[in-house]
Design a protein around this ligand. Sequence first.
Ligand code: NAP
Length: 265
Amino acid sequence: MSTPDPSTAFALSGKLAVITGAASGIGRETARVFVASGAHVVLADRDAAALAAFAGELGASATAVPTDVSVRAQVEALADAASAIAPIDAWVNAAGVVAPPTMVVDVDEATIDRLIAINLKGVYFGSAAAARRMVAHGRGSIINISSQGAEIPAPGLSVYSITKAGVNALTRTLAAEVGPVGVRVNAVAPGFIDTPMISYRFVREDGTADQAAKEALFAARAANAPLGRVGEPLDIARVILFLASDAASFVTGETLRANGGADMR
Ligand code: NAP
């Protein structure tokens, strides 16, 4: 028997993928990589204007569906809009937020509710909407974006951390539920990635960036990783591509750590 062409297994030719958080950072880069790999992408984000502009950039391979992932009816409408194009092959839950570092003893309830609503319930709603439709078709891949923060204690980031730990638990449970019909569910746990999400660490109140603070932060994070650098959105987008593709056909229930080696277990 001849070996199948590996480039085919890693491609998404003719496949339909939904990506939340697609207007920025990891979700945005994932959309670019998926389109380059042959997919049609349905882009979801709460920033409708940024989403429309990005969809315009990607052309006929992209459809924008403004969505607030914390509102279940909007996530279901997103799934319906995507299903109207074609059966959903891949669904990436990348929308997420972080709150300014605050110790457990000082976190207010509104912050807890907001992060749980977006990072945990948003991923739950997306996973459920995707799984229901994928089960009906007997195939599909769901990829949830978790974080290194789910496993490594980071003082001040307790709420973010528990939402991501919940994402890991959801990923495994759903993988066990839908595996028997051929649907795969995995998570990616990025380390420190250079996206707008981490800019709160060096952007001043007036919106300008403190370059010295940024360089010191990046140097410290790079020194913490055996690969000696911080991550780029493309580093994560390619891992997501692998999990979405047929190359990962025997991978489910995993949380794949992509962090330059900063967290080895
Ligand atoms: P990002 O650049 O801020 O992108 C996240 C996107 O999600 C933004 O466009 C954001 O919009 C959107 N979003 C937030 N709440 C939403 C909602 N309720 N409905 C729809 N869209 C919403 O951040 P990123 O770094 O790419 O983060 C992507 C994922 O990776 C997140 O789940 C994050 O937790 C995870 N992650 C990131 C890192 C890192 O170091 N960057 C590390 C580990 C894990 P707004 O701009 O309006 O908020």
